[in-house]
Design a protein around this ligand. Structure first.
Ligand SMILES: N[C@@H](CCC(=O)N[C@@H](CS)C(=O)NCC(=O)O)C(=O)O
Length: 386
């Protein structure tokens, strides 16, 4: 029997939960390793140069990062029970929703976890006792440190402020309402079996929203079908999932409000982030849905997300381009997707995602300018960085 994949992950982590659910569904053998501080320092960083999870070590000794391209990589190696619809329209829109859910629900997920006292206390303690268990400081101190760091980086440092808080929380509650409608007459978002879109939403909905005390209370009261879907997807295995997606060419009517959120919230943000990247900024202000966010970090990975969505559109068979474009235009998503054309992220100039570049010998994360948001040297080519 082939050695399984090894997944370096954290039991509290958003993107780890997404990848674990995918591997389980696909019935791909894998072993979990809890990425404690020592495991990160001694194994993950030396092999990948990155300080994030999940990271996958393959049986043929490749190191992989970023759940979205990891899933594409594994789909090519393990085609059974594919989660990418064969129909190009459904495939494109599943990718769009996966990306939207991955990136746009991150801010509310981090806000609920670290802004509410009960949640922050619980999670701070949990992280101190698991991920940081091998750090030689009292766990109460480590828990306080974690909560302070996460608030500084991912709440205050990511634009959550008195003027934006209601909007941030509305992204969560609005998404629950939309999912409740989508799941009204189908077990998974695109029909009787999971697609990429399900795994995208699962990242936030599982490890954050359904488990952290405050958003979990809201989910149970407001969107019981979403609560049930979380457990259903976690338990799903492709060999025991008989159903099909909707007929080729069609999308659930109930996806329309989600696509409008993509068009009025996520894609305008993604464009503003890409334009700020092009202009060499480190932080930028932007406005969507009448709400102004200030000084959020420019994220290179998300410039790549936009580039990748544009590439997926360009790669569609000619016959599928018009129907996909028509749907994007109908929801208002076409213009923000293409505003200012293609803005290059250069994230993968020196390799193919998801395979990690081997880190420089002797380089340390700090010396190479690593930040929690961006990869080492992300801003180096720009002189105008601020
Ligand atoms: N784009 C990556 C994101 C991975 C990521 O952001 N992971 C978080 C945990 S869910 C992390 O490790 N953050 C490190 C930190 O906050 O310092 C993916 O899709 O896997």
């Amino acid at each position: 029997m082939q050695a399984p994949y090894v997944v370096y992950r954290l039991d509290v982590s958003y993107f780890s939960g997404k990848l674990e659910a995918y591997l389980q569904y696909k019935e791909i053998a894998f072993r979990r390793v809890e990425a404690t501080r020592r495991v990160m320092q001694c194994v993950v960083v030396p092999h990948t140069g990155i300080g994030k999870v999940p990271v996958v070590h393959t049986p043929d000794d490749l190191w992989l990062q970023d759940s979205t391209p990891i899933i594409d990589f594994l789909e090519a190696r393990h085609p059974n029970g594919s989660v990418v619809p064969g129909d190009p329209t459904q495939a494109f829109f599943s990718r769009l929703l996966e990306d939207y859910a991955d990136e746009w629900l991150w801010r509310p997920a981090l806000h609920y976890r670290w802004s509410y006292r009960e949640d922050a206390r619980r999670l701070g303690r949990r992280i101190a006792e698991t991920a940081l268990a091998d750090v030689p400081v009292p766990s109460a101190l480590a828990a306080r440190f974690v909560a302070r760091r996460q608030r500084a980086l991912y709440v205050r440092g990511d634009g959550v402020a008195p003027e934006t808080r209601e909007h941030v929380e509305g992204i969560y509650t609005g998404t629950l309402d939309r999912l409740e409608a989508v799941l009204d007459d189908r077990p998974f978002l695109l029909g009787d079996r999971p697609s990429l879109a399900d795994f995208g939403f699962f990242a936030s909905m599982f490890r954050h929203f359904s488990l952290d005390p405050t958003p979990a209370r809201i989910m149970r009261d407001r969107s019981p079908r979403t609560y049930a879907w979380v457990a259903r997807l976690w338990a799903a295995r492709h060999s025991r999932t008989a159903g099909a997606w909707l007929p080729p060419g069609s999308l659930p009517q109930a996806w329309t409000p989600l696509l409008e959120d993509v068009a009025t919230g996520y894609l305008p943000y993604l464009h503003a982030n890409a334009a700020a990247w092009r202009d060499g900024l480190r932080r930028f202000d932007w406005e969507v849905q009448g709400v102004r966010y200030r000084r959020t970090p420019v994220v290179q990975y998300r410039v790549w997300c936009r580039e990748r969505l544009q590439e997926h559109f360009e790669a569609l068979p000619e016959a599928a381009k018009t129907p996909v474009r028509d749907r994007l235009e109908a929801s208002g998503a076409w213009k923000p997707l293409w505003r200012d054309g293609v803005i290059r992220s250069r994230l993968h100039d020196d390799g193919e995602p998801p395979v990690c570049r081997p880190p420089e010998v002797g380089g340390s994360l700090r010396r190479r300018g690593w930040t929690a948001w961006n990869r080492p040297g992300a801003f180096a080519p720009h002189s105008a960085g601020r």
